[in-house]
Design a protein around this ligand. Structure first.
Ligand code: FAD
Length: 392
């Protein structure tokens, strides 16, 4: 792969809106990505393997639980810093950002928000340091966009809970030490349970043959009469809303992350267009390629503004789920379009692993589907503005 020459576009001087702490966090993450991730990511994506050796580095830059309080091992940062970390990691690769998102927002966050003090102390510091890796089991083979209809269920057996069912398309599953699993009790109420690797009847087969998020490990979670200690239930909140609350946090991170992927594609295409000579002039001198590049920077700038504002609202605890849906949907679609246009600017080189663009493009095909599909997020906006849910 080519050396990482990334320079971040900031057309509307948005850095002026960031604090010194935000810039330090952003720059630390960016330097780590350039030093530790960029040199290896193409090889791991090509061989379809998660590079486990980067787990400690991710923990060191605060990517596991950026906003979790320091007393539990988190970095204690605000929502803008969290967003900037996700942006920079996804600038490197969406699959690696997925691992950090799941660990922070879908495993640490529910334990922090809905767990007991004992659960927080037991799991959060080890998750923050990367000693433990977690995954989040919501999607099932027959229930994706409609997780409320899930089949996975548990019975109260007096001394323990007996869990049965299966989850599919679970990021980090093949090597996760713990899983936050959403399952129904006998009355049909959904609860979060902490399932630990090694519990009898619990297995995590890997999902192969992915053309997308190849550097992220995906798998199933299978529960065959798994005995779960009662103290592993998350008691603070139940119902599908509890899982959705976690997804809000992850989707917010994705809205930032997608900008990172888009910025990397734009930056690569701009540099290439200025260097690549055809018909005795740089292709950047042609109106057609300028149109693509000008539209890219316009869309990136709009997404940056949207996401920065959303971060301010999150810091003030005012952001709604529907606002997060709008940003996730807009920014991922924007990034995917930019990846496709950037690939064309590079001509044949655009499909080569020498450059990051094709990998970003393939990764974003998952990002536009997971954590709520592009269509479902549109329907969430529709329901929010009309008061009429069209997807139920
Ligand atoms: C690489 C990867 C990693 C993932 N990681 C995780 C994870 O860690 N944990 C987890 O729980 N899940 C994970 N997922 C699953 C992901 O969240 C689901 O794939 C997603 O929610 C969509 O579900 P589905 O694939 O079953 O699609 P479906 O729900 O079957 O949807 C198929 C199509 O129908 C559309 N559709 C569905 N309902 C409606 C409707 N009412 N109106 C109009 N259109 C509709 C959808 O928009 C979509 O286009 C991951 C997925 C991928 C690809």
């Amino acid at each position: 792969m080519k050396p990482d020459l990334f320079q971040h576009p900031d057309y509307y001087l948005l850095d002026d809106l960031l604090s010194e702490e935000h810039k330090i966090v952003r720059n630390t993450t960016r330097e780590w990505v350039k030093r530790e991730l960029s040199p290896i990511i193409e090889e791991y994506a090509q061989k379809s393997e998660f590079p486990k050796q980067i787990i400690k580095g991710l923990a060191d830059i605060g990517a596991f639980g950026p906003y979790i309080p320091t007393e539990y091992g988190g970095a204690g940062l605000d929502q803008i810093s969290y967003g900037l970390i996700m942006q920079e990691i996804e600038r490197g690769d969406s699959g690696i950002r997925s691992t950090a998102s799941v660990q922070s927002s879908l495993v640490m966050y529910p334990i922090w928000k809905f767990g007991t003090e004992e659960q927080r102390k037991k799991y959060l510091p080890k998750l923050a340091s990367g000693e433990l890796i977690g995954c989040f089991g919501l999607t099932e083979p027959n229930h994706g966009s409609d997780p409320g209809s899930m089949n996975t269920h548990f019975k109260d057996m007096g001394d323990y809970l007996l869990l049965n069912g299966a989850k599919m398309w679970i990021s980090n599953a093949p090597f996760a030490d713990i899983a936050v699993v959403w399952a129904k009790d006998e009355s049909g109420r959904i609860h979060g349970l902490i399932v630990e690797r090694g519990m009898e009847g619990f297995s995590t087969p890997e999902t192969h043959n992915k053309w997308s998020l190849r550097a992220s490990a995906t798998g199933e979670l299978i529960f065959d009469n798994v005995k779960i200690p009662k103290e592993n239930i998350l008691p603070g909140r139940s119902g599908l809303g509890a899982a959705m609350y976690c997804l809000d946090s992850a989707r917010y991170g994705i809205a930032w992350g997608a900008i990172g992927a888009a910025m990397d594609c734009y930056d690569t295409a701009l540099r290439y267009a200025k260097e690549r000579i055809q018909f005795d002039k740089p292709i950047a001198a042609t109106q057609l390629q300028q149109k693509k590049l000008a539209e890219m920077i316009t869309e990136i700038t709009k997404a940056q503004l949207l996401t920065w504002r959303l971060g301010v609202l999150r810091n003030e605890e005012k952001a709604t789920s529907a606002q997060i849906s709008m940003a996730k949907r807009n920014n991922v679609a924007m990034a995917l379009q930019i990846a496709r246009d950037a690939r064309q600017i590079l001509g044949a080189m655009g499909i080569s692993g020498e450059y990051s663009i094709m990998r970003h493009s393939m990764n974003l095909e998952s990002v536009i589907t997971y954590e709520g599909t592009h269509d479902i997020h549109l329907l969430i906006t529709g329901a929010d503005i009309t008061g009429i849910p069209a997807f139920k």
